[in-house]
Design a protein around this ligand. Structure first.
Ligand SMILES: NC(=O)c1ccc[n+]([C@@H]2O[C@H](COP(=O)([O-])OP(=O)(O)OC[C@H]3O[C@@H](n4cnc5c(N)ncnc54)[C@H](OP(=O)(O)O)[C@@H]3O)[C@@H](O)[C@H]2O)c1
Length: 338
C-alpha cells in the first residue's frame, strides 16, 4: 500500500464506546478519521457531532457496506456488538481494510482462525482492541515484578465490575452463546490480565456464575490453573461497585495496579509490599490509552511493525472465556480446548 504520514480510518458502527475511541482517532498524531457508518439512519452523523463536533470532512454513511466500499478508508475500527465482530471483520478484510476489532475479537477460536487466514490472504493488519495494554502503568508494574524483589509470580487476582445502569441492560438481552453477559463484556479484561502476568494459557479453569433469565451471566468468578501451583483468580460483575484492578503476588511480595480502566486525566496508582516490611505507592503520569492504542495500530500499518497484541493471544483469550462459560454452566473443572 502507499505509505502516508497518517492512516485513514473509518468507524464501523455508532456504538457507545465511540465516546472514547472516536476522539482518540481524531487526536492520534498518525491517524485521520475520514468516515463513520451506522445502520440506523442519522446515527453516524449524530455520533460524530457528539464526540468530535469540530471535525470537518468526515463522511457519514447510513450503511456499513458503504463504508467498506469507501476506497479512501484504509483501516476500520470495529465496535459492533460482540456476536457481529467476526462477520464484519471478514467483510472488511475482504475489501483490503486493516482492522482493529473491539474485544472480544470473536466468540469462537474457529472465527479467529478464519480472520487470520483472511488477513494473510489480503495482507492486512488485524488486532484485538485491548486499549488497557497501551497504558505505560503496566510497563512500570512489569519493572517492579521483574526487579527480583518479589520472587516468582504465584498468584494473580483480577477484579472488574460496575453497577449496570438500566439503560445498558440490553447487554443482558442475549445469552452467552450470542456474546451477551458480563463474561464477554468485562471478562475479557480479567482473563487477558491474568494471562499477561503468567505469560501463558491456563491448563484448567473452574467458575461459578449468576445468570439473568435470558441466559446472560450477570456476575462470574473463577480460578484459572496455570500449572505448578500457579493460580489466577478473577471476579467480574455487573452488580458491584466500579473496580478495574489486578494484584500480583510472588514468593516475596505483592504489587497492585489500582485502576486499569484509566479515563483521560485519571492518575494511575501502583502500590506494593514486601515480606521484609518495605512498602510503597507510586502515582504515575496520566496517559490516554485509547489514543496510544490507535497510534500503535496506525504505526504497525504504516511502518510494517507487528502489533503488540497477537492473534495467538486473541485465541488464548477466546478459548479461556469459552472454558470459563462451560465450567460455570456444567459446575465442574474444564480443560480449555486446544
Ligand atoms: N475498549 C473499551 O473501552 C470498550 C468499552 C465498551 C465496549 N467495548 C466493546 O465495544 C463493542 C461495542 O460496545 P458498546 O457498548 O459501545 O456497543 P453498543 O453501544 O451496544 O453498540 C454496538 C452496536 O449496536 C448498534 N446499536 C447501538 N445502539 C443501538 C440502538 N439504540 N438500537 C439499535 N442498535 C444499536 C450499533 O450498530 P449500528 O450503528 O450499525 O446501528 C452499534 O455499533 C463491544 O464489542 C464491547 O465489548 C469496548
Amino acid at each position: 500500500m502507499t505509505q502516508s504520514a497518517k492512516l485513514r480510518w473509518g468507524i464501523l458502527g455508532a456504538a457507545r464506546v465511540n465516546e472514547r475511541l472516536l476522539p482518540a482517532i481524531v487526536e492520534a498524531h498518525n491517524s485521520e478519521l475520514i468516515a463513520i457508518a451506522s445502520r440506523r439512519p442519522g446515527a453516524a452523523l449524530e455520533t460524530l457531532k457528539k464526540y468530535a463536533p469540530q471535525q470537518a470532512g468526515v463522511r457519514c454513511h447510513d450503511t456499513l457496506e458503504a463504508l467498506l466500499d469507501d476506497a479512501q478508508v484504509q483501516a476500520v475500527y470495529l465496535p459492533l456488538a460482540n456476536h457481529e465482530h467476526a462477520e464484519w471483520a471478514l467483510r472488511a478484510i475482504a475489501r483490503g481494510k486493516h482492522i482493529l476489532i473491539e474485544k472480544p475479537m470473536a466468540l469462537t477460536v474457529a472465527d479467529i482462525d478464519a480472520i487470520e487466514a483472511a488477513a494473510i490472504r489480503h495482507q492486512v493488519v488485524v488486532m484485538e482492541g485491548f486499549m488497557y495494554r497501551f497504558h505505560p502503568q503496566h510497563d512500570r508494574v512489569r519493572e517492579i515484578v521483574q526487579s527480583g524483589l518479589f520472587g516468582e509470580v504465584k498468584f494473580v487476582r483480577a477484579s472488574y465490575s460496575f453497577m449496570m445502569r438500566p439503560a445498558r441492560m440490553y447487554r443482558l438481552a442475549q445469552n452467552t452463546d450470542l456474546g451477551g453477559g458480563a463474561m464477554w463484556d468485562i471478562g475479557p479484561y480479567a482473563i487477558h490480565s491474568l494471562q499477561l502476568w503468567f505469560g501463558q494459557a491456563p491448563v484448567a479453569v473452574s467458575a461459578m456464575a449468576k445468570y439473568a433469565s435470558t441466559g446472560a451471566d450477570i456476575a462470574t468468578s473463577g480460578m484459572l490453573d496455570f500449572g505448578d501451583g500457579k493460580r489466577g483468580h478473577f471476579d467480574i460483575s455487573f452488580e458491584c461497585a466500579r473496580r478495574s484492578q489486578y494484584e500480583i503476588t510472588g514468593t516475596a511480595g505483592t504489587v497492585k495496579c489500582h485502576t486499569v480502566w484509566q479515563l483521560p486525566g485519571d492518575v494511575p496508582v501502583i502500590s506494593w509490599s514486601l515480606d521484609d516490611g518495605r512498602r510503597g505507592e507510586e502515582q504515575l503520569l496520566a496517559a490516554n490509552h485509547f489514543r496510544l492504542e490507535i497510534e500503535h495500530f496506525s504505526d504497525c500499518v504504516l511502518s510494517g511493525k507487528p502489533p503488540l497484541l497477537t492473534l495467538d493471544s486473541a485465541r488464548t483469550n477466546c478459548r479461556t472465556i469459552n472454558a470459563v462459560l462451560k465450567s460455570a454452566a456444567a459446575g465442574r473443572v474444564i480443560q480449555p480446548e486446544t
